[in-house]
Design a binder for this molecule. Structure first.
Ligand SMILES: Cc1ncc(COP(=O)(O)O)c(C=O)c1O
Length: 392
Protein backbone atom coordinates (compact mmCIF):
# COMPACT_ATOMS: atom_id res chain seq x y z
CA UNK A 1 0.00 0.00 0.00
CA UNK A 2 1.52 3.31 -1.05
CA UNK A 3 -0.66 5.76 0.85
CA UNK A 4 -3.08 5.10 3.70
CA UNK A 5 -6.66 5.63 2.58
CA UNK A 6 -9.06 5.60 5.55
CA UNK A 7 -12.20 5.23 3.45
CA UNK A 8 -10.75 2.15 1.70
CA UNK A 9 -10.11 0.66 5.12
CA UNK A 10 -13.67 1.39 6.29
CA UNK A 11 -15.16 -0.10 3.10
CA UNK A 12 -13.02 -3.24 3.32
CA UNK A 13 -13.90 -3.65 7.00
CA UNK A 14 -17.65 -3.28 6.34
CA UNK A 15 -17.48 -5.80 3.47
CA UNK A 16 -15.50 -8.26 5.61
CA UNK A 17 -18.14 -8.07 8.37
CA UNK A 18 -20.79 -9.05 5.84
CA UNK A 19 -18.84 -11.53 3.69
CA UNK A 20 -16.04 -12.80 5.96
CA UNK A 21 -12.40 -13.44 5.08
CA UNK A 22 -11.03 -14.44 1.70
CA UNK A 23 -11.48 -12.78 -1.66
CA UNK A 24 -14.85 -11.00 -1.94
CA UNK A 25 -16.32 -10.72 -5.44
CA UNK A 26 -18.46 -7.78 -6.50
CA UNK A 27 -21.51 -9.90 -7.31
CA UNK A 28 -21.86 -13.63 -7.68
CA UNK A 29 -24.86 -15.81 -8.41
CA UNK A 30 -26.56 -17.97 -5.77
CA UNK A 31 -28.17 -21.32 -6.56
CA UNK A 32 -30.03 -22.36 -3.43
CA UNK A 33 -33.32 -23.58 -4.87
CA UNK A 34 -34.53 -26.03 -7.49
CA UNK A 35 -31.89 -25.17 -10.10
CA UNK A 36 -30.27 -28.61 -10.28
CA UNK A 37 -33.59 -30.43 -10.29
CA UNK A 38 -35.08 -28.35 -13.09
CA UNK A 39 -31.89 -28.61 -15.16
CA UNK A 40 -31.79 -32.40 -14.85
CA UNK A 41 -35.50 -32.63 -15.71
CA UNK A 42 -34.82 -30.46 -18.72
CA UNK A 43 -31.96 -32.69 -19.92
CA UNK A 44 -34.03 -35.84 -19.30
CA UNK A 45 -36.88 -34.36 -21.35
CA UNK A 46 -34.50 -33.80 -24.29
CA UNK A 47 -35.97 -30.29 -24.71
CA UNK A 48 -32.79 -28.34 -24.05
CA UNK A 49 -32.97 -25.82 -26.86
CA UNK A 50 -35.31 -23.01 -27.81
CA UNK A 51 -38.53 -25.02 -27.66
CA UNK A 52 -39.74 -26.21 -24.29
CA UNK A 53 -42.18 -25.78 -21.48
CA UNK A 54 -39.73 -23.96 -19.20
CA UNK A 55 -39.38 -21.04 -21.64
CA UNK A 56 -43.12 -20.44 -21.61
CA UNK A 57 -43.26 -20.89 -17.85
CA UNK A 58 -40.39 -18.46 -17.29
CA UNK A 59 -42.18 -15.91 -19.47
CA UNK A 60 -45.46 -16.39 -17.60
CA UNK A 61 -43.80 -16.08 -14.18
CA UNK A 62 -41.91 -12.94 -15.23
CA UNK A 63 -44.97 -11.23 -16.70
CA UNK A 64 -46.90 -12.02 -13.52
CA UNK A 65 -44.06 -10.82 -11.28
CA UNK A 66 -43.50 -7.48 -12.98
CA UNK A 67 -47.19 -6.91 -13.68
CA UNK A 68 -46.93 -6.82 -17.47
CA UNK A 69 -49.35 -8.55 -19.82
CA UNK A 70 -46.61 -10.21 -21.90
CA UNK A 71 -43.01 -11.33 -21.53
CA UNK A 72 -40.84 -12.69 -24.35
CA UNK A 73 -37.65 -14.51 -23.35
CA UNK A 74 -34.48 -13.72 -25.31
CA UNK A 75 -30.88 -14.98 -25.45
CA UNK A 76 -29.66 -11.98 -23.44
CA UNK A 77 -30.62 -8.48 -22.38
CA UNK A 78 -28.83 -6.82 -25.28
CA UNK A 79 -30.94 -8.86 -27.73
CA UNK A 80 -34.08 -7.85 -25.82
CA UNK A 81 -33.11 -4.18 -26.07
CA UNK A 82 -32.18 -4.53 -29.76
CA UNK A 83 -35.57 -5.95 -30.69
CA UNK A 84 -37.53 -3.62 -28.38
CA UNK A 85 -35.88 -0.59 -30.00
CA UNK A 86 -36.55 -1.90 -33.50
CA UNK A 87 -40.21 -2.45 -32.67
CA UNK A 88 -40.45 0.98 -31.05
CA UNK A 89 -39.49 2.47 -34.42
CA UNK A 90 -35.73 3.04 -34.26
CA UNK A 91 -34.17 2.79 -37.73
CA UNK A 92 -30.90 3.63 -39.46
CA UNK A 93 -30.00 7.30 -38.95
CA UNK A 94 -32.64 7.99 -36.34
CA UNK A 95 -31.66 9.13 -32.84
CA UNK A 96 -32.37 7.47 -29.52
CA UNK A 97 -32.21 9.66 -26.41
CA UNK A 98 -30.53 7.86 -23.57
CA UNK A 99 -28.15 8.44 -20.66
CA UNK A 100 -24.36 8.59 -20.78
CA UNK A 101 -24.17 6.76 -17.45
CA UNK A 102 -24.88 3.22 -18.59
CA UNK A 103 -23.35 -0.08 -19.57
CA UNK A 104 -22.25 -0.26 -23.22
CA UNK A 105 -25.08 -2.68 -24.11
CA UNK A 106 -27.62 0.18 -24.17
CA UNK A 107 -25.68 1.92 -26.93
CA UNK A 108 -24.65 -1.29 -28.69
CA UNK A 109 -28.29 -2.30 -29.07
CA UNK A 110 -29.31 0.94 -30.78
CA UNK A 111 -26.14 0.88 -32.90
CA UNK A 112 -27.01 -2.58 -34.30
CA UNK A 113 -30.00 -0.85 -35.91
CA UNK A 114 -27.87 1.99 -37.28
CA UNK A 115 -29.48 4.50 -34.89
CA UNK A 116 -27.37 7.08 -33.02
CA UNK A 117 -27.45 7.92 -29.34
CA UNK A 118 -28.12 11.39 -27.96
CA UNK A 119 -27.17 11.74 -24.31
CA UNK A 120 -28.99 13.69 -21.61
CA UNK A 121 -27.87 14.08 -18.02
CA UNK A 122 -28.78 11.98 -14.98
CA UNK A 123 -30.04 13.01 -11.55
CA UNK A 124 -27.42 12.81 -8.82
CA UNK A 125 -29.82 11.15 -6.39
CA UNK A 126 -30.85 8.32 -8.76
CA UNK A 127 -27.87 8.07 -11.17
CA UNK A 128 -30.56 7.52 -13.82
CA UNK A 129 -31.94 9.79 -16.54
CA UNK A 130 -33.16 13.16 -15.28
CA UNK A 131 -36.69 14.03 -16.44
CA UNK A 132 -35.78 17.72 -16.19
CA UNK A 133 -32.73 17.25 -18.40
CA UNK A 134 -34.83 15.26 -20.87
CA UNK A 135 -37.57 17.92 -20.97
CA UNK A 136 -35.03 20.67 -21.38
CA UNK A 137 -33.15 18.89 -24.16
CA UNK A 138 -36.34 18.06 -26.06
CA UNK A 139 -37.62 21.63 -25.63
CA UNK A 140 -34.41 23.18 -26.94
CA UNK A 141 -33.60 20.66 -29.68
CA UNK A 142 -36.67 19.07 -31.12
CA UNK A 143 -39.36 20.16 -33.54
CA UNK A 144 -42.48 18.31 -34.55
CA UNK A 145 -42.58 17.18 -38.18
CA UNK A 146 -44.94 15.00 -40.25
CA UNK A 147 -42.57 12.02 -39.64
CA UNK A 148 -42.48 12.62 -35.88
CA UNK A 149 -39.99 14.45 -33.70
CA UNK A 150 -36.94 15.84 -35.44
CA UNK A 151 -33.65 17.07 -34.04
CA UNK A 152 -33.34 20.62 -35.41
CA UNK A 153 -29.54 20.51 -35.32
CA UNK A 154 -28.95 17.12 -36.96
CA UNK A 155 -32.16 16.78 -38.98
CA UNK A 156 -32.60 13.23 -37.71
CA UNK A 157 -35.86 11.77 -36.44
CA UNK A 158 -35.90 11.05 -32.70
CA UNK A 159 -37.21 7.49 -32.48
CA UNK A 160 -37.24 6.59 -28.79
CA UNK A 161 -36.16 7.43 -25.26
CA UNK A 162 -34.22 4.82 -23.24
CA UNK A 163 -33.70 5.58 -19.56
CA UNK A 164 -31.83 3.04 -17.42
CA UNK A 165 -32.28 2.15 -13.73
CA UNK A 166 -28.67 2.37 -12.67
CA UNK A 167 -27.49 -0.41 -10.30
CA UNK A 168 -31.17 -1.33 -9.80
CA UNK A 169 -32.13 2.03 -8.27
CA UNK A 170 -35.23 3.34 -10.05
CA UNK A 171 -34.80 6.62 -11.89
CA UNK A 172 -37.66 9.16 -11.96
CA UNK A 173 -39.38 6.98 -14.52
CA UNK A 174 -42.90 8.21 -13.73
CA UNK A 175 -41.85 11.78 -14.63
CA UNK A 176 -39.86 10.60 -17.67
CA UNK A 177 -43.00 8.77 -18.87
CA UNK A 178 -44.95 12.05 -18.58
CA UNK A 179 -42.35 13.94 -20.63
CA UNK A 180 -42.33 11.20 -23.30
CA UNK A 181 -46.15 11.16 -23.42
CA UNK A 182 -46.21 14.95 -23.86
CA UNK A 183 -43.87 14.71 -26.86
CA UNK A 184 -45.32 11.45 -28.23
CA UNK A 185 -41.90 9.81 -27.86
CA UNK A 186 -41.85 5.99 -27.46
CA UNK A 187 -40.38 5.03 -24.08
CA UNK A 188 -38.31 1.82 -23.84
CA UNK A 189 -36.90 1.11 -20.40
CA UNK A 190 -33.50 -0.49 -20.02
CA UNK A 191 -34.49 -2.43 -16.90
CA UNK A 192 -31.58 -4.87 -17.30
CA UNK A 193 -30.36 -4.12 -13.75
CA UNK A 194 -33.68 -3.57 -12.02
CA UNK A 195 -35.64 -6.82 -11.75
CA UNK A 196 -37.47 -6.51 -8.43
CA UNK A 197 -37.20 -2.70 -8.25
CA UNK A 198 -40.36 -0.66 -7.95
CA UNK A 199 -41.60 2.91 -7.83
CA UNK A 200 -44.35 2.71 -5.25
CA UNK A 201 -45.99 -0.59 -6.13
CA UNK A 202 -45.23 -0.39 -9.83
CA UNK A 203 -42.38 -2.49 -11.18
CA UNK A 204 -39.67 -0.83 -13.27
CA UNK A 205 -40.06 -1.81 -16.91
CA UNK A 206 -43.82 -1.18 -16.97
CA UNK A 207 -43.81 2.58 -17.58
CA UNK A 208 -43.18 2.61 -21.33
CA UNK A 209 -44.25 0.63 -24.38
CA UNK A 210 -41.57 -2.01 -23.74
CA UNK A 211 -38.66 -2.82 -21.47
CA UNK A 212 -35.65 -5.13 -21.51
CA UNK A 213 -34.52 -7.26 -18.56
CA UNK A 214 -31.23 -9.17 -18.22
CA UNK A 215 -30.35 -12.42 -16.48
CA UNK A 216 -26.61 -12.22 -17.07
CA UNK A 217 -24.48 -14.01 -14.44
CA UNK A 218 -23.84 -10.80 -12.51
CA UNK A 219 -27.51 -9.80 -12.14
CA UNK A 220 -29.90 -10.23 -9.19
CA UNK A 221 -30.98 -13.58 -10.62
CA UNK A 222 -29.37 -15.36 -13.53
CA UNK A 223 -30.10 -17.85 -16.28
CA UNK A 224 -26.41 -18.03 -17.18
CA UNK A 225 -27.25 -15.68 -20.02
CA UNK A 226 -30.70 -14.46 -20.88
CA UNK A 227 -33.04 -11.55 -21.28
CA UNK A 228 -36.71 -10.64 -21.49
CA UNK A 229 -38.87 -8.14 -23.32
CA UNK A 230 -41.90 -7.06 -21.29
CA UNK A 231 -44.88 -5.18 -22.70
CA UNK A 232 -48.62 -4.70 -22.28
CA UNK A 233 -49.19 -4.38 -26.02
CA UNK A 234 -50.39 -7.62 -27.68
CA UNK A 235 -49.25 -6.53 -31.16
CA UNK A 236 -45.74 -5.66 -29.93
CA UNK A 237 -45.58 -8.93 -27.98
CA UNK A 238 -46.53 -10.95 -31.06
CA UNK A 239 -43.95 -9.05 -33.18
CA UNK A 240 -41.27 -9.55 -30.53
CA UNK A 241 -41.91 -13.31 -30.39
CA UNK A 242 -41.87 -13.54 -34.20
CA UNK A 243 -38.72 -11.50 -34.76
CA UNK A 244 -36.79 -13.27 -31.98
CA UNK A 245 -37.64 -16.72 -33.37
CA UNK A 246 -36.21 -16.28 -36.90
CA UNK A 247 -39.55 -14.87 -38.17
CA UNK A 248 -40.73 -18.40 -38.91
CA UNK A 249 -44.33 -18.70 -39.98
CA UNK A 250 -45.91 -21.53 -37.99
CA UNK A 251 -46.18 -24.67 -40.12
CA UNK A 252 -45.94 -28.37 -39.19
CA UNK A 253 -42.98 -29.02 -41.51
CA UNK A 254 -42.29 -26.19 -44.00
CA UNK A 255 -39.59 -23.57 -43.45
CA UNK A 256 -41.27 -20.31 -44.29
CA UNK A 257 -39.82 -17.07 -42.92
CA UNK A 258 -41.55 -13.83 -43.82
CA UNK A 259 -38.78 -11.35 -42.91
CA UNK A 260 -35.17 -11.29 -41.71
CA UNK A 261 -35.47 -12.48 -38.13
CA UNK A 262 -33.10 -13.21 -35.28
CA UNK A 263 -32.13 -16.39 -33.48
CA UNK A 264 -32.67 -14.69 -30.13
CA UNK A 265 -34.90 -17.24 -28.35
CA UNK A 266 -33.80 -18.26 -24.85
CA UNK A 267 -32.95 -22.00 -24.66
CA UNK A 268 -35.09 -24.20 -22.40
CA UNK A 269 -32.01 -25.08 -20.27
CA UNK A 270 -31.50 -21.42 -19.39
CA UNK A 271 -35.22 -20.96 -18.78
CA UNK A 272 -35.18 -23.93 -16.38
CA UNK A 273 -32.55 -22.11 -14.36
CA UNK A 274 -34.67 -18.97 -14.57
CA UNK A 275 -37.78 -20.70 -13.20
CA UNK A 276 -35.82 -21.92 -10.18
CA UNK A 277 -34.22 -18.51 -9.64
CA UNK A 278 -37.62 -16.79 -9.80
CA UNK A 279 -38.76 -18.96 -6.88
CA UNK A 280 -35.91 -17.45 -4.82
CA UNK A 281 -36.12 -13.87 -6.06
CA UNK A 282 -38.11 -12.36 -3.20
CA UNK A 283 -35.86 -13.93 -0.59
CA UNK A 284 -32.76 -12.73 -2.43
CA UNK A 285 -34.21 -9.22 -2.57
CA UNK A 286 -34.92 -9.29 1.15
CA UNK A 287 -31.32 -10.35 1.87
CA UNK A 288 -29.91 -7.77 -0.56
CA UNK A 289 -31.92 -5.05 1.20
CA UNK A 290 -30.46 -6.17 4.52
CA UNK A 291 -26.91 -6.06 3.07
CA UNK A 292 -27.53 -2.46 1.92
CA UNK A 293 -28.90 -1.61 5.38
CA UNK A 294 -25.79 -3.09 7.03
CA UNK A 295 -23.51 -0.97 4.85
CA UNK A 296 -25.60 2.13 5.54
CA UNK A 297 -25.32 1.56 9.27
CA UNK A 298 -21.60 0.76 9.09
CA UNK A 299 -20.90 4.07 7.32
CA UNK A 300 -23.23 6.14 9.52
CA UNK A 301 -21.34 9.03 11.10
CA UNK A 302 -18.21 8.21 9.06
CA UNK A 303 -16.77 10.07 6.08
CA UNK A 304 -17.82 7.31 3.68
CA UNK A 305 -20.79 8.50 1.62
CA UNK A 306 -23.05 5.51 0.92
CA UNK A 307 -25.53 5.89 -1.94
CA UNK A 308 -29.14 5.55 -0.75
CA UNK A 309 -31.95 5.26 -3.34
CA UNK A 310 -34.80 7.79 -3.21
CA UNK A 311 -37.43 7.13 -0.56
CA UNK A 312 -40.51 6.57 -2.74
CA UNK A 313 -38.81 3.64 -4.50
CA UNK A 314 -38.03 0.06 -3.57
CA UNK A 315 -34.64 -0.79 -5.07
CA UNK A 316 -33.43 -4.34 -5.67
CA UNK A 317 -30.05 -3.10 -4.33
CA UNK A 318 -28.32 -4.92 -7.17
CA UNK A 319 -25.00 -3.08 -6.75
CA UNK A 320 -24.23 -0.93 -3.73
CA UNK A 321 -22.12 2.17 -4.24
CA UNK A 322 -20.16 4.77 -2.33
CA UNK A 323 -19.38 8.28 -3.57
CA UNK A 324 -15.74 9.33 -3.21
CA UNK A 325 -14.75 12.96 -2.60
CA UNK A 326 -12.92 13.28 -5.91
CA UNK A 327 -11.21 11.30 -8.65
CA UNK A 328 -7.94 10.88 -6.76
CA UNK A 329 -9.74 9.52 -3.71
CA UNK A 330 -11.85 7.23 -5.91
CA UNK A 331 -8.69 5.77 -7.43
CA UNK A 332 -7.07 5.24 -4.02
CA UNK A 333 -10.19 3.44 -2.79
CA UNK A 334 -10.24 1.20 -5.89
CA UNK A 335 -6.55 0.41 -5.62
CA UNK A 336 -6.48 -0.36 -1.92
CA UNK A 337 -9.72 -2.34 -1.63
CA UNK A 338 -8.85 -4.51 -4.63
CA UNK A 339 -5.35 -5.05 -3.23
CA UNK A 340 -6.99 -6.36 -0.05
CA UNK A 341 -9.14 -8.85 -2.00
CA UNK A 342 -12.31 -6.78 -1.67
CA UNK A 343 -13.52 -6.31 -5.22
CA UNK A 344 -14.67 -2.80 -6.07
CA UNK A 345 -14.97 -1.08 -9.40
CA UNK A 346 -15.67 2.37 -10.81
CA UNK A 347 -18.87 3.28 -12.61
CA UNK A 348 -18.66 2.87 -16.39
CA UNK A 349 -16.84 5.44 -18.52
CA UNK A 350 -19.40 7.87 -19.90
CA UNK A 351 -20.62 6.62 -23.27
CA UNK A 352 -19.55 9.72 -25.28
CA UNK A 353 -15.99 9.24 -24.01
CA UNK A 354 -15.87 6.01 -26.03
CA UNK A 355 -14.61 6.27 -29.61
CA UNK A 356 -17.84 4.96 -31.16
CA UNK A 357 -20.06 7.58 -29.53
CA UNK A 358 -17.62 10.50 -29.35
CA UNK A 359 -19.53 12.72 -31.78
CA UNK A 360 -22.94 12.18 -30.19
CA UNK A 361 -25.24 15.00 -29.09
CA UNK A 362 -25.06 15.74 -25.35
CA UNK A 363 -26.51 18.36 -23.02
CA UNK A 364 -23.20 18.93 -21.24
CA UNK A 365 -23.70 16.00 -18.81
CA UNK A 366 -22.57 17.89 -15.70
CA UNK A 367 -23.98 15.36 -13.19
CA UNK A 368 -22.85 12.38 -15.26
CA UNK A 369 -19.27 13.72 -15.25
CA UNK A 370 -19.43 14.32 -11.51
CA UNK A 371 -20.55 10.73 -10.89
CA UNK A 372 -18.00 9.27 -13.32
CA UNK A 373 -15.21 10.65 -11.14
CA UNK A 374 -16.63 9.47 -7.82
CA UNK A 375 -18.78 6.34 -7.89
CA UNK A 376 -17.31 3.10 -6.57
CA UNK A 377 -19.34 -0.12 -6.48
CA UNK A 378 -18.73 -2.33 -3.48
CA UNK A 379 -19.44 -6.07 -2.91
CA UNK A 380 -23.18 -6.70 -3.08
CA UNK A 381 -23.87 -10.46 -3.42
CA UNK A 382 -26.24 -12.45 -1.27
CA UNK A 383 -23.77 -13.71 1.38
CA UNK A 384 -22.86 -17.41 1.56
CA UNK A 385 -25.35 -19.39 3.60
CA UNK A 386 -27.83 -16.52 3.86
CA UNK A 387 -30.43 -18.32 1.75
CA UNK A 388 -32.40 -21.17 3.17
CA UNK A 389 -31.76 -24.08 0.79
CA UNK A 390 -35.07 -24.98 -0.78
CA UNK A 391 -33.80 -27.95 -2.73
CA UNK A 392 -35.30 -31.28 -1.62
C1 LIG B 1 -27.74 -1.34 -18.29
C2 LIG B 1 -27.62 -2.64 -19.01
N1 LIG B 1 -28.21 -2.76 -20.21
C3 LIG B 1 -28.15 -3.89 -20.90
C4 LIG B 1 -27.46 -4.99 -20.41
C5 LIG B 1 -27.36 -6.17 -21.30
O1 LIG B 1 -27.69 -7.37 -20.76
P1 LIG B 1 -26.95 -8.71 -21.23
O2 LIG B 1 -25.61 -8.77 -20.60
O3 LIG B 1 -27.88 -9.78 -20.73
O4 LIG B 1 -26.90 -8.69 -22.72
C6 LIG B 1 -26.84 -4.92 -19.14
C7 LIG B 1 -26.13 -6.02 -18.49
O5 LIG B 1 -25.36 -6.76 -18.80
C8 LIG B 1 -26.91 -3.70 -18.45
O6 LIG B 1 -26.31 -3.56 -17.25
Amino acid sequence: MTEHEPKAHAIAQAARRIYGNGPIPLHRPVFAGNERRYLVECIDSNFVSSVGARVTEFERRTAEYVGAKFAIATANGTAALHVALMLAGAERDTEVVTQAVTFIATCNALSYIGARPAFVDVDLDTMGMSPDALAQWLGSTVERSPEGLRNRRTGRRIAACVPMHTFGHPCRIEEIAEVCAKWGLPLVEDAAESLGSRVGDRHTGTFGCMAALSYNGNKVITTGGGGMIVTDDPALAARAKHVTTTAKVPHPYEFVHDEVGYNYRLPNLNAALGCAQMECLDEMLRIKASVAARYEKAFEGSTVCFFVPRAETRSNHWLNAVIAGDLAERDRILKETNAQGVMTRPIWRLMPSLRMFGGAETDGLANSKWLEERVVNIPSSVPDGAMERKEP
